[in-house]
Structure formats: C-alpha cells, structure tokens
Design a protein around this ligand. Sequence first.
Ligand code: FAD
Length: 480
Amino acid sequence: MPLIDRAVIEKLKSTLPNLHVLTPDSVDYKKSLERSMRNTEKPAGIVVFPTSTKDVASLVSFGQDNSLDIAVRGGGHSASGASSTDGGMCIDLCKMQAVSVDTGTMHVTVQGGALWRDVYLATERFGVALVGGICGNVGVGGSALVGGYGWLTGAHGLAVDNIVEAEIVLADGSIVAASSSKNPDLYWAFRGAGPCFGIATSIVFQGYKQGFVWHGDLIFPPSALTAVAEFMNYLLRVSKGESSAILMMGMLPGMADPALVVQVYYDGTESKAKEFFAPLFKLRPMGDSTKMKSFAGTTGGGDDLPPGLGEVTSGGIMVPMDSVFLESLLKDYLAFVKLVPDASETIIAYETHPTYGILLHAQTETAFPNRGTFGNVIISARYTKEETAVACKEWCRAMHDKVHKEFVRRKMVDNVDEVTKTAVGEYINYDGLGENPERLYGVNYKKLVILKKIYDPQNVFNKCVDLLPRSDNAVVQQMN
Ligand SMILES: Cc1cc2nc3c(=O)[nH]c(=O)nc-3n(C[C@H](O)[C@H](O)[C@H](O)COP(=O)(O)OP(=O)(O)OC[C@H]3O[C@@H](n4cnc5c(N)ncnc54)[C@H](O)[C@@H]3O)c2cc1C
C-alpha cells in the first residue's frame, strides 16, 4: 500500500481543521474500510468524513493538487470495490445523510451519503415514498445515480427517472447544479453514470403519496419453479406497478436444502393482495411472512447478510420468462452449491418488477442504458474462504455468459420493441466482473465519453465504471 506522506496529511488537517480524518494508525481506521463484501475492501491511505458540500469540494481540490487517488463511499455495497482505494483518499459521505420533504411538490431532498432505510423512515412520516433500493443499507448515491430499482419501479420507473435536480462537486472542485434547465448535458449523464462525473452532495427526488403495503416472503421447494414462474409471468403481464415480486433461489438460514423464496409486494389491502397472489398460495408455500407494513418496513433483501466474500454479476431475463431456461439455471445453481460447499450461500435472484414505469422513458433519455421488457437476474456467489474465489468467479462468468447469450437470442426471436432492441441486458450496479464500458453503456456510450472529456478530462472519477476507452486512459496517465 503506498502511504500518503505525513506532510500531506498535516497540510490537509490545517486546510480543513474541523475535518474528521483517519489514517492507518487511527483506532477506527479498520472499521472505516469495511464494505458489504470483504473482498472489495482496500487499505486507503486516508479516510475523510466531510460534513458539507464545501468540505467535499475542498477535498476534491486537495486530492487533485496532491495527486491522490480518490474513492467516494456511500453505502459501501459496490460489487466491484468502487468505493475503496488502495493507498489513496477515501471520501466517506456517512456524515451527510440529511433528508427533507417538501409536502407541496412532494420533492424529497437527500444528502449524498444517505442510506435508503433512513430515507424511507424520514419520508413515511409525511405519507411519502420514492423509488429507491430494496436493501435498506444500500447507499442512495451509488444506486440512484446508476439506475435504482425498487418496489415503486413498476409504477414510476427507476430512481434516475425521479431525479429532479442534483448538487454536484466536479473533478475541478467546483460546485454545480444539474437539472433539466441547469447543465442539462450533465443532468443527462448523471442519471445513469453519476459516479463517473462527480460527487452528488445532494439529490432532489420526486416522491409519491404512499400508505401501508402488503409484503413478505413466500417459500417453496425448488420443484415449484415452473408453477411460480408461470405466476410471475402473469404478474408481469397485468401489473402496472401495484404488485411486484422478486424470485430467489438460495439456501435459507436453518435449512438443509436450497429453496425458492418469492418476495412479494402489493400496494393495497391484505385481502386484495391475497386475491391477486392466490395462485402462489394455492402452491402451498412452506413458509409465509407476508403482512401489512409501512413502506420502510419492506427494506430487507440483503440487509442481514453476514459479512463475507462475494462475486456478483447480472443479466437480463426476457419477459415472458421461459420456465425451461429458468429450470436450467436452477440445475446449474444446485450443481454449483453441491460442488463448492463453501459457496452454499450463493443465490440467483430474478427482479421481476413490472416494466411499465421503466418504459415510460426512451433508452437515450438518460444515460441509463438498460430499459426494456425484461427483468434483472442477479448471480451472487457468496463464500467464506479466499481459496474459493476462483471457482466462484469462474461460475459467475459462465452464468453471466449463459444468461447473456439467451438474452441476445430472445431479442432476435421475439418481436421486441425498439427500446428493448437497444438494451444492454445488464444492470451496471450488479457488475462485479468489470465488463467493458462500451458494452455496459451501449447506445449511450459515445455521448458519455464526449461529456466525460468535458467534465472530468483527468478521469478523477474512474472507479464505478472507467468510462474512457483504453487509449484515452493511456494519454491521461502520461499527463499525470
Ligand atoms: C445486498 C444488496 C442489495 C442491493 N439492492 C439493490 C436494489 O434494491 N436496487 C438497486 O438498484 N440496487 C441494489 N443493489 C446494487 C447497488 O445499487 C450497488 O451495489 C450500488 O453500487 C450501491 O451503492 P452504495 O452507495 O451502497 O455503494 P458504494 O460502494 O459506497 O458506492 C458505489 C459507487 O457509487 C459511488 N457513489 C456513492 N455515493 C455517491 C455520491 N453521493 N455521489 C457520487 N458517487 C457516489 C461510489 O464512489 C462508487 O463508485 C444492491 C446491492 C447489494 C449488495
């Protein structure tokens, strides 16, 4: 680990005397490096905790002036280690988590370091919810600036579709606003590739009126997959967002065998929900935790995962889902966890949010490049021993390629609409394999590169996706 010169640290402390700073010899330093997956942690040279936009701007300028590698930490859930730096300066936004609600416009203003659970808890006091992550510990910044799928996606699209304005610290340390009327090109890029362009210190989202919802897990044996998939296809056909579900194959704590967990969501009364989900209840679930709850009560989906090692990748699963293909993935999953017992906590999850809200926008309306009539498949291999990493990586790669091949095949054989035709078939926020940026951003890539050269020509923000083509990166490195 390259150490940051003591003199540089002292200079920073005198520039920002009230700033909380951790160095490798500080008591809380190790804790500050923790991420949701241990293999994405790196030993920062210094970890700093700004409390204001001005602090963030000063830190970015300081980092540039002193040639420090910069990482920005929101909720620490990046699959690729994008919020960690080996020897550089980690700007941890955890002291910037304020949330406020304007009940007139229903605008929700969130500081860049907030986590989704805190946001939902703050907004539900006003009977308001917004499109955001399902896991409460996920950071707003990291998820909402790259996409942001949640229970309200079916009705209102992605978190990026609901960003009204953002306050951004750019690579040169300047503070700018981005909205449809202020820096509209940056506003376009920030909604899908935000972390590649700057640090959002504050984001204004459109919120929506929200009451209690019905939500929970229904558990089935793997043999129920085809019947469950049939119901999911029905849901995807008829729902405009009032109902949604996530289907997961995995091993539950305390269970000897893998199971199917269907996390269900219904925006309405329990009796209406049970009527809608009756076909699933007819399959006689082995477990049922569904009940009415507040919107903030729906967060989960990974909150209680024990810290461990993990490899993540994703793909798109075309609607209607082909149960033969799903069965073949289930077979792959069962074979893998049998072959690699250390990876028994591996999961495959299908986010079958209705596509209605996502398709209200064109593929090029924001930088987000993955709209279409399909859901995400998340392939998450979790393990405990470092020596299992290679097997997990290889399996994730093989599963990724298999899912992508099927996605491309379905695009060709189905008569897909114009939006789906241009979709990349992968949610960037689930890419732990470091895919090529051009493939990840598809039709929006060229425009992003042009804007990147305007807003961050030195490629300071290179960790989420390293946007610049390899040849441009070589030039930047020479300049540095
Ligand atoms: C258990 C689990 C559940 C998940 N559930 C969902 C879900 O329901 N919906 C969904 O859409 N995604 C979900 N994700 C994926 C999630 O969106 C990504 O992992 C995302 O990167 C997490 O953001 P973070 O802030 O927590 O992570 P971090 O690792 O802190 O940051 C990720 C990237 O965002 C950048 N960043 C963070 N904050 C800011 C900011 N304010 N300004 C600029 N850049 C910033 C970081 O620099 C880094 O490049 C989930 C992931 C996990 C592990």
